[in-house]
Design a protein around this ligand. Structure first.
Ligand SMILES: CC(C)(COP(=O)(O)OP(=O)(O)OC[C@H]1O[C@@H](n2cnc3c(N)ncnc32)[C@H](O)[C@@H]1OP(=O)(O)O)[C@@H](O)C(=O)NCCC(=O)NCCS
Length: 443
């Protein structure tokens, strides 16, 4: 037994009566330390069982800080509220990637770089045109981001810092172009090329909605609101898609393949799809009079109040507060979405109801975001694409941290094996003897 002082955990294995002292660092013990706890020298060491990694830290990170109890979210130490109000998406992207705010010169160079990498190779366009007319834009985005690795084969040289920077710039720059083209594809409209005269978010809106006019003119209030939505989605520490990016990236594959994996994770309804479910729920409720009976149904366990509750936040999700405010600016331009009234009343009633108060259920980022996206006239399939564009700098900041972290290894969790052992294999010709017309194939 080694003495590690007060900052340690004493574990007594009741199977053997032995005691172990395990050091505690940053409020955690190293899972590998448990490996020394064995019933016999040749027996496997103790491990932890943690499906969904609900209590396992997979990395040390300085990108994003969340205090779910207090409702705090910070990127590189800066509160999300200040960034949403006073910064821009590209400045936040710089902050996430580089770890500090840019000087004027650094910012100008960064914006110039991103702006001049928005174009895609023409073959990417042909590739995207090959999708079925009704292809889901997230599937198109995932496939085309993965395909970019074949256009930039040098991207697999992840040990080279300049090369990494180049791919990061390319990905942040090209994501809106890919997202907009996936959107136009479903509508049968021609793809619109980027306009380097426009800001990042203006250009995205132009590629989405421009028709025959020579210059697309977006309302600045809509541009600001979408920019804020991108900022709010830019990172959220070790969520499902970021974990996918890190897990795939740990094999040292190129960043396009890693981010494509993240997009795949985000595509799932438990991660990126709740805002669409909120809209469906609000439509079904239909009017304020129906709210009490709907709430009763939720309390009886018939269904969930979508857009409420969060694995981490046990307080008002700080992003939901900012989005609620952004709703006013957007609806000033587009006219009020009648579902807003139902959402606000639902929130008011739920926040005063003991069921929700006791369980610390507050609105999350998805409660109001679908309403805004709908006001922009995005179809629900596009909601997750918008999320992915916003999340790209976060995925890349986390990827960059991963590839430079000496502690990291290829991700390879343990399992607890529950299947059979040492069965004797009987060839198919014997197992199937007597079955009419079946000849065992050899493949
Ligand atoms: C986000 C979510 C999956 C978090 O789940 P979780 O951390 O595993 O929380 P739990 O499912 O353990 O919930 C704890 C309790 O609150 C209840 N609860 C959680 N979210 C609820 C909701 N939205 N409506 C009603 N009850 C809810 C659970 O039924 C459970 O009640 P119980 O203790 O009586 O069994 C969950 O809150 C949810 O499904 N919310 C709706 C979907 C959503 O908005 N997702 C977007 C997340 S950004």
């Amino acid at each position: 037994m080694t003495d590690t002082g007060d900052n340690s955990l004493t574990v007594r294995d009741n199977r053997t009566g032995k005691e172990y002292q395990i050091p505690i660092t940053d409020g955690a013990i190293k899972a590998a330390e448990l490996g020394q706890i064995k019933v016999a020298d040749d027996a496997p060491g103790l491990s932890t069982y943690d499906p969904g990694f609900t209590n396992t830290a997979s990395c040390r990170s300085s990108v994003t800080y969340i205090d779910g109890e207090k409702g705090i979210l910070e990127y590189r130490g800066y509160p999300i509220e200040q960034l949403a109000e006073k910064s821009s998406f590209l400045e936040v992207a710089y902050l996430l990637i580089h770890g500090a705010l840019p000087t004027k010169e650094q910012y100008d160079t960064w914006v110039h770089e991103i702006t001049h990498h928005t174009f895609l190779h023409e073959n990417v366009k042909t590739f995207m045109q090959g999708f079925r007319y009704d292809a889901h834009p997230m599937g198109m985005l995932m496939a085309s981001v993965g395909a970019l690795s074949t256009f930039y084969p040098e991207s697999n040289n992840i040990a080279d810092a300049d090369n990494r920077h180049m791919q990061i710039v390319r990905m942040i720059a090209k994501m809106p172009t890919l997202g907009a083209w996936a959107f136009r594809h479903a509508q049968g409209k021609p793809y619109v090329y980027p306009d380097n005269e426009l800001s990042y978010t203006e250009n995205f809106l132009a590629m989405l909605f421009k028709m025959s006019e020579p210059k697309f003119d977006a309302d600045p209030r809509l541009v600001k609101a979408l920019d804020v939505l991108f900022i709010l989605h830019a990172d959220h520490e070790q969520n499902c898609s970021t974990n996918a990016v890190r897990s795939v990236g740990s094999s040292q594959v190129d960043p396009y393949s890693s981010v494509a994996a993240g997009i795949g994770a985000l595509y799932g309804p438990l991660h990126g799809g709740a805002n669409e479910a909120v809209l469906r729920m609000l439509r079904r409720i239909g009017s304020k009079e129906n709210i009490p009976s709907f709430i009763e149904g939720v309390k009886n366990g018939n269904e969930k109040l979508m857009g409420f509750g969060h694995r981490v936040y046990k307080n008002y999700d700080p992003r939901a507060k900012i989005i609620k405010k952004a709703c006013d600016d957007v609806f000033e331009v587009t006219g009020v979405n009648p579902l807003l009234e139902i959402a606000q009343e639902l929130e008011k009633i739920a926040l005063e109801d003991e069921y929700f108060v006791k369980r610390k259920l507050y609105p999350n980022v998805d409660f109001y975001s679908g309403l805004i996206y709908e006001a922009f006239q995005f179809p629900p399939e596009m909601f997750t694409v918008l999320f992915a564009i916003g999340r790209t700098p976060g995925w890349l900041a986390q990827w960059l941290e991963l590839v430079q972290d000496k502690d990291q290894k290829i991700a390879r969790p343990k399992q607890i094996y529950t299947g059979d052992r040492t069965l004797d294999f009987v060839p198919a010709s014997e197992r199937w003897a007597g079955s009419a017309g079946i000849t065992p194939g050899i493949s």
